[in-house]
Design a protein around this ligand. Structure first.
Ligand code: SF4
Ligand code: SF4
Length: 469
């Protein structure tokens, strides 16, 4: 093989260490160089768009209700105006499966594109908290100098201001987070009504604020390196065909410092270390794809800037695959991608069908436990039933029951009006009275139709108990 096309041997020693832990096992605090460049600007604009969505969506309502609500306390979820209840759990399970297969497929093709561009952790850390840190404490060198300083007036002022703003933003995130759970109207009540009426909610606000503050001021990149399960799964989700932020070692190796006016025979990497200095997880991308890399693209911008300065082509670090770098192979649709896509299509069809078949009203009718049947006048017989009607919609429902199998009379205990308020559960009992001549067996299967304004919306299958006559 031509020596130039041989895969260079990379130093593998980096595998023995973690970039954020020193040899004594202590945390190495990462103060990355402030990124700048084309991709960083694109990411900034995209982050602004994501933040507007995140903070704005709880205020968007449809028919007076939020379009997104994840009320885990009352087990009620609204997704784009559709209410989901615990009874819709199979749909929720299917949606989760679709989501997981989509993630697997997306990662197999695009690597950790989501982490770098759209993950809330990265957006808040790199585009909100880190920018504030640069604004107050300055760039990398100033931050390191400030950290080493004794606690003088300047350090107290800068650190105090930074953590105060961090706390305020954490409080804002916490409020938004709670707005997604209980809705903005409930949140407004917590803010405006006496504190003693909302002690529980206020405590959770403070706890969430503390968690966010701890995450963004202390844990930081450790969330991506240690905590995030998606990050941990990269080893199995990526392959040599996946598009990731990667260093072109075929072009760059034989790295050597740049010397002005020298005819360059070394690789294109000028060993400036800028890609390492901007990295928020402290890794050297020249060592290859690593679990710590969140594909934030800061190293692409840094390297492009350096290449432009020394007059070499940009793209030494870029979005590419291992196969493209080593074998110059274009992106290939592999059998793995086809398999995941086929599975995703099947699951999506199932999900769409389940959503279409999902009823607005869910009725349960069960024979009351411990009862048999009751003799009624005129050769009739009755069974006692319990019913539950869940109205999943935002409209009041006026319903009627009708026995579909043969003639029968419903005699409700208490209120016979089957009106169910919006998003409410109506429970009750009724006697179903039928003529004995219709009963051929001890247990007769019957169907009860649930009607709304004369239109059948649901059919309930249950049994009628009676002796053989
Ligand atoms: S290696 Fe590059 S893309 Fe990966 S986290 Fe570091 S700076 Fe971001
Ligand atoms: S920024 Fe580019 S040229 Fe500089 S060390 Fe990294 S890969 Fe090499």
């Amino acid at each position: 093989m031509d020596k130039k096309n041989e895969k260079p041997k990379l130093d593998q020693q980096f595998r023995d260490t973690v970039s954020t832990i020193d040899t004594d096992g202590k945390r190495v605090w990462i103060n990355p160089l402030k990124p700048k460049g084309k991709l960083y600007n694109y990411r900034t604009w995209f982050s602004i768009f994501c933040l507007i969505l995140l903070f704005g969506l709880p205020f968007v309502k449809h028919n007076g209700y939020p379009i997104l609500l994840f009320n885990i306390l009352e087990r009620k979820f609204i997704v784009f105006g559709i209410v989901f209840w615990p009874q819709d759990f199979p749909i929720f399970g299917l949606a989760m499966l679709v989501f997981m297969v989509f993630i697997v497929l997306f990662t197999a093709i695009f690597g950790r594109l989501f982490c770098g561009w759209a993950c809330p952790q990265t957006i808040f850390m790199e585009m909100v908290f880190r920018k504030i840190e640069y604004w107050i404490e300055g760039d990398m060198a100033y931050q390191k100098a400030l950290n080493k300083m004794p606690w003088n007036a300047e350090k107290i002022r800068k650190k105090g201001l930074k953590f105060f703003i961090f706390f305020l933003i954490s409080f804002l995130i916490s409020n938004t987070f709670l707005a997604y759970i209980i809705g903005v109207d409930e949140l407004y009540k917590i803010i405006t009504e006496p504190l003693k009426d909302h002690i529980g909610e206020f405590t959770s606000l403070i706890v969430f604020t503390g968690v966010f503050f701890f995450v963004f001021s202390y844990l930081r990149e450790q969330i991506c390196i240690v905590v995030c399960p998606y990050g941990r799964m990269q080893g199995v989700l990526l392959d040599r065909n996946s598009i990731v932020v990667a260093y072109d070692y075929m072009r760059g190796e034989g790295r050597a410092k740049f010397k002005k006016n020298e005819v360059r025979s070394a690789g294109d990497c000028v060993d400036c270390n800028q890609c390492v200095r901007v990295c928020p997880t402290g890794i050297d991308i020249r060592n290859g794809t690593q679990l710590e890399c969140i594909n934030c693209t800061a190293c692409i911008d840094a390297c492009d800037h350096m290449m432009e300065n020394v007059g070499l082509p940009t793209g030494l670090i870029r979005y590419t695959s291992e196969n493209q770098i080593e074998k110059k192979l274009p992106f290939k649709v592999t059998s793995r991608i086809i398999g995941y896509s086929a599975l995703l299509v099947v699951l999506l069809i199932g999900l769409i069908a389940a959503l279409f078949l999902r009823s607005d009203v869910e009725t349960t009718v069960l024979r009351t436990a411990g009862t048999l049947f009751q003799e009624q006048p005129n050769n009739h017989i009755s069974n006692l039933y319990n019913f539950k009607i869940l109205n999943k919609t935002f409209k009041e429902k006026n319903l009627t029951f009708k026995l579909e199998t043969f003639d029968g009379t419903f005699k409700f205990i208490g209120d016979s009006n089957l009106t169910v308020k919006s998003q409410d559960l109506r429970e009750g009992e009724f006697f179903l009275i039928v003529d004995k001549k219709n009963l051929k067996k001890r247990n007769t299967k019957i169907k009860i139709g649930v009607y709304e304004e004369g239109k059948k919306i649901e059919t309930i299958n249950t049994k009628f108990l009676g002796k053989t006559f």
